[in-house]
Ligand binder design. Structure first.
Ligand SMILES: Nc1nc2c(ncn2[C@@H]2O[C@H](COP(=O)(O)OP(=O)(O)OP(=O)(O)O)[C@@H](O)[C@H]2O)c(=O)[nH]1
Ligand SMILES: [Mg+2]
Length: 269
C-alpha cells in the first residue's frame, strides 16, 4: 500500500474509536495504571482544547483533545487506567485494542515513581505491543518525599526508550514531554525499546506460529505486531481474534477459520 492509502486505511480503523483525524495530526495515547496522573497530564497539555464522552459502545469515560507545539498540532487520547493489557476488564480491552489497532504514533506510559515494579509491568506490556513508547515517571515529588531515588538515565538505557521525570500536578515535565514528542514526529524516529524474551520452548512456539498466522491473516500485513499476536494466542486469549474481526469486519471469515481450529495452531488452546 502506498503512504496515502495506508493513512486512509489507518484513519478508517481509528474511526471505530471515534477519532476523526482527517488532517493527520500525530496521535498520542496516554496509558498507565489508575491514579498515576494521566488526566492531570492530559489537562495540562490540552487545557480547554478537549472534549469528553464515552468510548463507543462502552460506559467508560473518554477524553480527547489537542495541543500545539512549535506550530504543530498533536492529538491526545486519555486511555482508561489499567494494570495490564491482558483484556481482563472493559478498561483493559479498550486500552489494548486502541494501542493494537489505532496504532498511536506515540504512547506515553505514565508511571507512579513510588511504585515502579507494578507500573513497569504495564510499561513492558506496552513495549511488547507497540513502537514509540515513552515513559513518563510521574509523582517524582512523592518519590522524593519517601526517599526513593530513581536513576532516570539508567532506566532509559535499560528500557531503550525516553524516560521523562515529572510532577504533573505542578506542571513539571510537560515541556519535556512536548519537546520529546515533537522531536520523534519531526525526525520520523521509530524505536521499539527492550523486548521480553521467553523460554526456548515458548520462543520456538512463537517462531512456528507467526508464519501460520501470516498465511491465514494476510490482510493484516504490517497492521499488527505478529509476535505479540502469537503470544496472545499461545496464552489462550480468544478476545484478540474477536477484536480483529471487529476492526477488520470484511475479513471475518478468515478469522473464523482460525477460531474454529481448522488451522492447526500447535500449542494454541
Ligand atoms: N503529588 C502529586 N500528585 C499528583 C501528581 N500528578 C497527579 N497528581 C494527583 O494524583 C491524583 C490522580 O491524578 P489523575 O490525573 O486523576 O490520575 P489518572 O491517572 O488520570 O487516574 P485514573 O483516570 O483514575 O486512572 C490527583 O489528585 C492529582 O492531583 C504529581 O506529580 N504529584
Ligand atoms: Mg484519569
Amino acid at each position: 500500500m502506498n503512504k496515502s492509502a495506508e493513512s486512509i486505511a489507518l484513519n478508517l480503523i481509528r474511526r471505530n474509536f471515534n477519532i476523526k483525524n482527517d488532517d493527520n495530526k500525530p496521535l498520542i495515547a496516554l496509558a498507565g495504571n489508575p491514579n498515576t496522573g494521566k488526566s492531570t497530564i492530559f489537562n495540562g497539555l490540552t487545557g480547554l482544547r478537549q472534549h469528553t464522552g464515552n468510548w463507543p459502545g462502552k460506559t467508560v469515560n473518554r477524553a480527547e483533545g489537542y495541543y500545539r507545539y512549535k506550530g504543530r498540532e498533536f492529538l491526545l487520547i486519555d486511555l482508561p487506567g489499567t494494570y495490564s493489557l491482558l483484556a481482563n476488564s472493559t478498561e483493559e480491552l479498550i486500552a489494548r485494542d486502541f494501542i493494537c489497532f489505532a496504532r498511536p504514533d506515540i504512547t506515553l506510559v505514565v508511571a507512579d515513581a513510588t511504585n515502579l515494579e507494578r507500573n513497569l509491568n504495564l510499561a513492558l506490556q506496552v513495549l511488547e505491543l507497540s513502537t514509540n513508547t515513552v515513559l513518563v515517571m510521574n509523582l517524582m515529588d512523592e518519590a522524593e518525599r519517601k526517599g526513593i531515588k530513581i536513576d532516570v538515565k539508567k532506566l532509559e538505557s535499560c528500557l531503550q526508550i525516553p524516560v521523562i521525570p515529572a510532577v504533573a500536578r505542578d506542571g513539571k515535565g510537560l515541556e519535556e514531554i512536548k519537546k520529546t514528542c515533537y522531536r520523534i514526529i519531526r525526525e520520523g524516529i521509530k524505536f521499539k525499546g527492550i523486548q521480553m524474551s521467553y523460554s526456548r520452548e515458548i520462543e520456538e512456539k512463537i517462531a512456528g506460529l507467526i508464519p501460520v498466522l501470516q498465511r491465514n491473516l494476510t490482510f493484516l500485513e504490517d497492521k499488527i505486531n505478529w509476535r505479540w499476536l502469537a503470544l496472545r494466542l499461545l496464552e489462550g486469549d480468544k478476545t484478540i481474534l474477536y477484536s480483529i474481526s471487529t476492526y477488520f469486519p470484511v475479513y471475518r471469515e478468515a478469522v473464523n477459520i482460525i477460531q474454529k481450529g481448522d488451522v492447526q495452531l500447535d500449542g494454541v488452546n
